[in-house]
Design a protein. Structure first.
Length: 205
């Protein structure tokens, strides 16, 4: 892996520091909508959660604000600057680690997670990297894997997606998930024109 998926984030951190713009989300509103979908699809209270690509720790804060207090939250991100910001927030029962979990997938096993989440994490990766990372995340998750991505099955009315984010092969991702478990939940109803999709996988049994 050449780490090119991290380059847009390095550029954003260089320009904005640990400000929200370093997340590469369009707005806090769209970020929180994706978080809301996560909490509608899965129950996080009392769970060990690992957030791969946690950035500033915003999802941990969202869970606490919305009465889903995790047992333990572990956030990992490749940008040390945003990890420093997350640590300074003083979020209870949360720890944050700087590291590239694509090249070091053992990081995904930190804290023996029950649920692994990836929100926006896949957006700058090529397909091969995406599927390799998801394989590692699925193996590391004790109970469930939950991730979102920019769908390539959008309405013709959807605006084109430009650099640095890219759309991923939606049907191939669903097929990949169904090849590992029958318990798959898929949503693409929360943005106009099907811009974004979320997929939840539960371990059999």
């Amino acid at each position: 892996m050449d780490g090119s998926y991290l380059r847009p984030y390095r550029d954003a951190v260089q320009e904005h520091g640990s400000d929200f713009k370093a997340t590469l989300w369009a707005t806090p509103k769209t970020q929180r909508l994706r978080f809301r979908v996560f909490t509608e699809m899965a129950f996080f209270a009392g769970k060990r959660v690992l957030d791969a690509g946690c950035s500033r720790g915003d999802f941990a804060a969202y869970l606490l604000e919305h009465d889903q207090p995790y047992q333990r939250y572990i956030g990992i991100d490749g940008m040390p600057e945003v990890i420093d910001h997350a640590r300074q927030r003083g979020l209870p029962h949360a720890e944050f680690h700087a590291g590239d979990f694509v090249t070091h997938p053992d990081l995904l096993r930190l804290g023996d997670p029950q649920i692994i989440t990836l929100s926006g994490t896949l957006n700058t990766m090529d397909d091969r990297t995406v599927f390799q990372l998801l394989d590692h995340a699925w193996e590391a998750a004790g109970q469930a894997l939950l991730f979102n991505f920019l769908s390539d099955r959008v309405s013709p009315k959807a605006p084109p997606q430009g650099y640095p984010a890219r759309r991923l092969p939606t049907l191939a991702l669903i097929d990949w998930a169904l090849g590992r478990t029958h318990d798959v939940h898929f949503r693409q109803d929360y943005f106009p024109n099907g811009h974004d999709a979320t997929l939840l996988m539960h371990k059999p049994g």
